[in-house]
Design a protein around this ligand. Sequence first.
Ligand SMILES: [Zn+2]
Length: 258
Amino acid sequence: MIPFALRWSRPALWLQAHIQRRRRARRFRTHDGINGHCPVCDRTVRFVDWQDNARESPLCLRCGSVPRQRALQHVLAASLDLANARVHESSPSLCTFQALRARCRSYVASYFVPGRSPGARLGAFCNVDLGAQPFPDAAFDAVVTQDVFEHLPDPRGALREIARTLRPGGVHVFTVPRTLGVATRVRAELRDGALHHRLPPEHHRDPSDPRGSLVMTDFGDDLEAIVQSNGLRCRVERVLQAKAGIPRMVEVFVATKG
Ligand SMILES: [Zn+2]
């Protein structure tokens, strides 16, 4: 077992990314694809279909990004001047970690490892519980979360902390799976430190955890209202750009601190 800090150190990340790209390119070489420009790796690439999910397919054969990551990158670049922006991303994927670290004035990438001290270095990352962050008020121009909020035990507390760490006018740009036509429902909750399931446990794939990541909340129509009741104005951008490898509509949320 490789220690967590080493697993996520910069040389390890670079090597892991390189190996993943080689494997992916071999695995999907014969799949149907289209050529286009990837907003994550900023290259002319081939996008290949690998599953029937508008948010997760097609895949960029160069950086491994999927439509929701490319849509977020597109909205983020349109929402602020990245070269002058201080950005915090919670639980980044490898491809967006590499893209944002290269493009932003300052980029803090964080993971949460319970039991480690808040703000401790974990290789290239910082140990941050989104619901109790070690950062001062107004520390960032943007906060990025990609499919993180459905896994948080207290999404409202995390929104209030994000609002606190954003400067006035700063943005929380995020993706989260949501189902239209239904209200948000809690699948599982933490009470007195113990996990209680209200619905059968459901997990999402997590590259840093072979067990996957438990879904705590299914978001629905009232997502924007939930964000707004916790200190941020919220709008949704619906992105559809076939040439950027987003051939079906993907939602990206932009929550602005007033
Ligand atoms: Zn790419």
